[in-house]
Write a protein that binds this ligand. Structure first.
Ligand code: FAD
Length: 308
């Protein structure tokens, strides 16, 4: 995150912003791309370049070659199946933002997209690029974790799927092998009879989240929470499912006391250390407030859907 801050501060003008020398390769098929990345040690994939180019300019990344995947056919499609949305590796944030089918079938994904950076960045940056970059405060990784999504990785050895819970290892660290290309991200579609809520606080519109909480919820006939999924980003070294909080609220009617207990359960999952944006203590306070808003809003939406 500091990378972006530095780019905006004119007093750091003395920092040399020239990328290291690299080869630039443009495979025309996924098979060719898999061969090229396998045969080129130190090569990196470039998609939208919105995170990688700043990293190159600050010499935080020294790839031997950049493999541009934008000319590979079929990676730019959004496929909407009965139970999941499959986002190809060169689908940009703005493609998801403008896709009304996603607004209808996966409203929380659509809502979260509005918090991803600014429109010039959304016009180039990709959803899969964001997932591979794996910033611990990024929105699309959070939605993938929330919905029990997964990615498909392709290499010369074949394809494999990796569950979101196993993919994100640490801030900007994933379980992708060096020779793998992430071909697509799969976002399971939430229950249409349920409610959702996405709550984020950032210092300025378009910044990464200081903290964000996302919630999906269904109610039973008596108004008790039947099923709930809750996840957070910006609060830990990676996007996390908040299972201990889910256990506290499931089966309840979400009284004030239930919400207080959920906030208490959340506190131990807020592990990000103090940084330039917030202290750990403030993040705990903030995450608690966001959780409370998120639970209440998700319940309200769940109630409305069951009445309709
Ligand atoms: C000022 C600014 C503000 C931003 N704010 C936010 C924000 O609020 N929320 C947010 O989520 N993001 C934010 N971003 C990041 C933005 O969303 C990026 O678009 C995204 O993180 C990376 O997508 P990209 O397509 O540009 O990837 P690139 O920059 O091209 O690549 C990023 C990394 O992913 C790897 N990669 C990309 N695609 C693949 C693939 N298919 N297989 C394997 N590896 C791959 C690259 O090798 C690289 O390591 C911000 C960026 C900037 C510059």
């Amino acid at each position: 995150m500091l990378i972006y801050m530095n780019l905006w501060i004119p007093s750091l003008g003395e920092v040399e912003m020239k990328p290291p020398v690299f080869d630039y390769l443009t495979p025309s098929s996924l098979t060719e791309a898999a061969q090229v990345i396998n045969e080129t040690p130190g090569a990196m994939i470039i998609a939208g370049g919105q995170s990688l180019i700043p990293a190159l300019n600050f010499k935080l990344a020294w790839p031997s070659a950049l493999i541009d995947i934008r000319n590979i056919p079929d990676l730019d499609t959004i496929q909407i199946d009965d139970d999941e949305i499959i986002v190809g590796a060169s689908v940009r944030h703005c493609d998801v933002e403008k896709d009304q089918r996603i607004g209808k079938r996966h409203p929380i994904m659509h809502k979260a997209m509005a918090y991803v950076a600014h429109s010039p960045i959304r016009n180039r940056g990709t959803v899969v690029g964001s997932i591979c970059h794996a910033d611990a405060a990024a929105e699309m990784p959070l939605i993938l974790v929330l919905t029990d999504g997964y990615v498909t990785a392709t290499s010369v050895d074949g394809s494999r799927t990796i569950a979101a819970r196993d993919f994100f290892k640490f801030h900007m660290t994933t379980s992708r092998h060096d020779n793998e290309i992430i071909q697509s991200a799969h976002f399971p579609i939430p229950n249409s009879m349920g409610g959702y809520s996405f709550q984020e606080f950032a210092r300025r519109s378009g910044d990464y989240a200081v903290a964000a909480i996302a919630c999906l919820m269904t109610l039973d006939n008596s108004g008790k929470i039947e099923e709930v999924k809750i996840a957070g980003c910006g609060i830990s070294h990676r996007p996390i499912r908040l299972n201990s909080v889910e256990q506290v609220v499931v089966g309840t009617t979400l009284t004030e006391n239930d919400v207080s207990q959920a906030i208490e359960a959340l506190a131990e999952s807020v592990t990000s250390p103090d940084d330039i944006h917030a202290t750990k203590k403030y993040r705990k306070y903030l995450a608690g407030k966001l959780l409370s808003k998120s639970l209440v809003e998700a319940k309200e939406r769940a109630q409305k859907r069951e009445l309709s």
